[in-house]
Design a protein. Structure first.
Length: 749
């Protein structure tokens, strides 16, 4: 009989191997790309993995937000001249806001006749005015909104003197948050000898901290190609030596790493601020290791193999190989699991897999009659595996409630057994220690470094990056510069009362992607007196009761977004699959008269799993295709299709609604060329606004000859690159890209 049973189990293992291959082929047959993933979280996990491979676990603010700083200045015989912006916000008794802007030259003298533009982000309104004789202009009845200030001053030629052409920019916020993080170029010193002068510059951020390694470009106002002049040193300093007079610009640029890893948190550290991974760092570390081994694309399949082995071995240990086989099939073909295996860069499946391995090894360690030289390492490695799962997603720690329930239940049975023998205290303590200490030691091996990591960046061992937002605000009122970051709490999401209105939607999607949850009542009916069944049920509840009461989880009617959110329930999936396997086996497969029905039910769950996964993946692919520049992989088209129409707009309209028009095809007519920024970018304006916008020529596009005053029409993709992350549109963040091989163009007017 043993041999016969073994042969049957072998067939079961072979069937699982076949289904595993089918699932792997199914997942890998759908295109996937870390760089062009549909979910920003996925790009973030992989982006941080690449940074970790470079040894970067934190970044200074300027490396994250990037640098796009400029200084317009004018040199003549009387010295150097540039503009400065001063703001004063007042609130009337009725609550209306007024913002007085004063524009001065470098010596503090007011500038009369300067054109000032205020771009209100939320209302998408462009306000404009001219400074009076003291250099001031007042804007009244302002809403509480982030905004940006653009100043342009032009002084006509006088005699033999060339015109003075100056500009200045500054973000501002009337909503009470404070001005956002930014960088600027300061003039530290100016000296001249004969016709030659030296301009000592320093590039600093809002906190007056130096910004090193910024590439500087020098441009003569009114024509000429831009010239790279150097890079700021460790103190953010650079000295320009020149004999050129007239209006000129220096542009500082340093690309951020924001596009590499889009989701991050700004956190205080010492007297400053740094940017760190917004998510628990464990999965990025794993991705980084696999990326170095050129296996990152197969991370999901590797996690699936690990989870399958653990599910099978755990179910086999508790209920036998038949239940283990059915459980493995349900676990493999679960719709949410297949989606997450395809979405390689998401951490949830890996977190579930490591927690599953940890619990399986713990149960192997605490089995009766297990030799100590096996139980100790099994318990230790079980704790370590569970620790890895917490490094990947903190909320997986909720499964420890089920582990605690199991150990207490076994201890209670021991107590009843030992009470009969009359010896309780010492034997009970020994058994409790043998079951818990190795597991706790392995868990501590991972959780102690995690606590140190959290203390370093988030203020305490139980701190988390989720408590910090990605924004930093500066308050420079009263002459003292201070900063703060948006803070909150991950626990603020838990809202039992607020989750009731969305509960039906959440349950709908949960049962759609994990239909074998419907078998839980049958499993409880079969084994409600058996500890393994109660333990697995506690395992399911420890996860479901956490995320069922978070209102926004899986509450979207949009399929892609809702199915993506079901990943939060994955930690409950293995135990639910085992209970489902128990219900199918005991209720249908064991009784011969119901065996055909059991096979049909199991086949239904398999087909439903693949079908739901296909729908979920298709929804994600469609979601990506509908994004500007979307496509199935890194080679997807960066432009919308050429057949789309260009929207004819003015500069004023683009400034008033950058969020509306960003990533769309636009056409601006009768533009006036101003000057080159570098070999592939130039500035222009049109009659609707004096504000300068940028055109960037993508590699390969050759424009017609352009010089100061040239009139042209431009077609291309309008973009708003919020480099400093302040969500405030600023002219230097807005551009039109022109790409070769499309209907984009620059045509002389």
């Amino acid at each position: 009989m043993k041999l016969k049973g073994l042969v049957k189990e072998r067939y079961g293992v072979v069937s699982l191997a076949v289904i595993f291959v089918m699932c792997s082929v199914f997942v890998l047959s759908h295109p996937h790309s870390f760089e062009n993933a549909t979910v920003p979280d996925e790009r973030s996990y992989y982006g941080w993995a690449r940074l970790y491979n470079e040894g970067i676990y934190e970044m200074p603010l300027y490396d994250w937000f990037g640098v796009q700083a400029g200084l317009d200045y004018h040199v003549n015989a009387s010295g150097i001249h540039y503009l400065e912006i001063h703001e004063r916000l007042t609130q009337s008794g009725g609550g209306t806001l007024s913002l007085e802007i004063r524009v001065t030259m470098q010596d503090g003298g007011g500038v009369a006749g300067a054109q000032v533009h205020l771009f209100l982000q939320r209302t998408r309104v462009d306000l404009s005015g001219s400074t009076n004789s003291s250099g001031a202009v007042l804007f009244s009845n302002l809403p509480k909104t982030p905004m940006s200030i653009a100043v342009h001053y032009y002084k006509a030629p006088q005699g033999t003197r060339p015109p003075i052409d100056l500009g200045a920019f500054a973000p501002y916020d009337t909503s009470g948050i404070g001005e956002p993080y930014q960088t600027r170029i300061d003039v530290v010193n100016y000296s001249s000898t004969g016709s030659q002068y030296e301009l000592a510059l320093r590039l600093v951020d809002s906190l007056d901290d130096p910004v090193p390694g910024v590439n500087l470009t020098y441009v003569v106002r009114g024509g000429g190609q831009p010239q790279p002049i150097g890079v700021t040193d460790g103190d953010g300093a650079y000295t320009l030596t020149s004999t050129r007079q007239g209006s000129q610009s220096i542009i500082g640029k340093k690309d951020s790493r924001r596009g590499l890893a889009p989701i991050a948190s700004v956190v205080p550290q010492g007297d400053g601020y740094v940017v760190v991974n917004h998510w628990a760092p464990g999965y990025s570390v794993i991705l980084g290791i696999l990326d170095r081994a050129h296996l990152a694309d197969f991370t999901g399949v590797l996690m699936m193999a690990m989870a399958l082995v653990a599910t099978y071995m755990l179910a086999r240990r508790l209920f036998g190989w038949k239940v283990a086989m059915v459980s493995g099939i349900l676990q493999l073909t679960c719709g949410a699991a297949l989606l997450l295996i395809w979405t390689v860069g998401m951490a949830d499946y890996a977190s579930m897999a490591f927690a599953l391995v940890g619990i399986w090894l713990l149960i192997e360690a605490i089995l009766p009659r297990r030799p100590w030289y096996l139980s100790i390492p099994l318990g230790f490695f079980g704790g370590a595996a569970f620790g890895v799962s917490v490094w990947i997603r903190y909320s997986t720690a909720s499964l420890l409630l089920a582990v605690l329930f199991l150990i207490l239940a076994i201890s209670f049975k021991d107590w009843k057994e030992l009470r009969v023998k009359g010896k309780i205290a010492l034997p009970l303590a020994k058994r409790f220690i043998a079951r818990t200490v190795p597991f706790a030691a392995g868990l501590a091996l991972l959780l102690v470094p995690l606590a140190i990591y959290n203390s370093t960046y988030f203020g305490g061992p139980f701190g988390a990056s989720h408590n910090y937002g990605g924004q930093i605000s500066i308050d420079s009122s009263g002459g003292n510069v201070s900063a703060s970051v948006v803070t909150g709490s991950v626990y603020s999401n838990f809202d039992p009362m607020g989750s009731i209105p969305t509960m039906a939607v959440r349950l709908h999607w949960l049962f759609t992607v994990m239909p074998f949850l419907l078998l839980l009542p049958a499993a409880l009916y079969i084994g409600w007196r058996r500890l393994p069944v109660l333990f697995l049920f506690a395992w399911v509840l420890s996860n479901l009761l956490l995320y069922m009461f978070i209102p926004w989880v899986a509450s979207w009617w949009e399929a892609a977004r809702a199915m993506e959110d079901t990943r939060y329930f994955l930690p409950a999936m293995p135990s639910a699959a085992i209970l489902g396997g128990l219900a199918i086996t005991q209720c249908f497969l064991v009784p011969r008269r119901r065996r055909a029905l059991g096979v049909i039910i199991l086949a239904f769950f398999v087909v439903a799993g693949f079908a739901v996964a296909q729908v979920a993946i298709d929804a994600q692919v469609e979601r990506l295709a509908n994004q500007p520049g979307g496509g199935p992989g890194p080679s997807g088209p960066p432009n919308p299709t050429p057949e789309q129409n260009y929207t004819v707009l003015t500069v004023r309209q683009l400034l008033g609604g950058p969020g509306v028009y960003s990533d769309t095809l636009v056409e601006v007519r009768n533009c006036t060329f101003d000057r080159w920024i570098d070999s592939s970018s130039f500035l222009f304006r049109d009659a609707s606004s004096p504000v300068l916008l940028r055109v960037t020529l993508l590699p390969g596009y050759v424009p017609p000859t352009l010089s100061a005053g040239t009139m042209f029409h431009v077609k291309g993709v309008f973009l708003w690159n919020d480099n400093n992350g302040d969500t405030i549109p600023q002219p230097q963040e807005l551009l039109i890209t022109v790409k070769v091989g499309t209907t984009d163009s620059i045509v002389l007017a």
